[in-house]
Design a protein around this ligand. Sequence first.
Ligand code: DX5
Ligand code: ZN
Length: 229
Amino acid sequence: MSASPRELLRGMRVAPSILSADFGRLHEQVGEVLQAGARVIHVDVMDGHFVPPITVGPLIVAGLAEQVRQAGAMIDVHLMIERPERQVAEFVRAGAHSVTFHAEATPHLAYAADLIRGDGACVGVAINPATPAAALGEIASALDLALCMTVNPGWAGQAFIEHSIEKIARVRAIVGDGVAVEVDGGIEPDTAARSQRAGANVFVAGSAIFDAPQPGEAYREIARAVGAE
Ligand code: DX5
Ligand code: ZN
């Protein structure tokens, strides 16, 4: 039997972000990273308000659900949208195994977390680079995942913000060992390894994987750097 999403999030995981994939051949590209060993597929949802770009919604999650499930993997949805509590149910229904929303995007963190948990998915809260790690303190016991943004959200291909390293350690100290600490933005083998030493265990990588000539090989390079399965 394959591992549950909660079990998957406990390990060292590199999570390819489809934001940088070629959407004209999305199944093929996702297939390449699944084949290379990826078990967490990261889907970036942007609404044109919380962040300027607009990307994808539940239809893309639904379109990937079967392929990802068959590989024993999970879909990790990262909502960069305002008032996420209005949308989370739709994403879980579409097949999201974890739903992460931003602490800056709603005054109702606990309520949104309850909705996601009630629908049966893993709960994540993300914080932007300028948001203190302490923003996670009161919600930590309700989380499966804490996402520490290592670039400003909205675009792939940005440089890793170096002072994130100390912040990752603060996030790990706040959430404890039972919660996954995910990093997102500017992740390649070197920044992944340094984030890992600071306490991260889930490493989202978009351009480093899908802009490479061989996404499967690029995935494996980052996975090797952090000892991911
Ligand atoms: C950016 C998204 C990221 C993005 C990362 O706001 O949340 O998941 O895909 O892209 P890279 O890995 O290229 O920095
Ligand atoms: Zn993301």
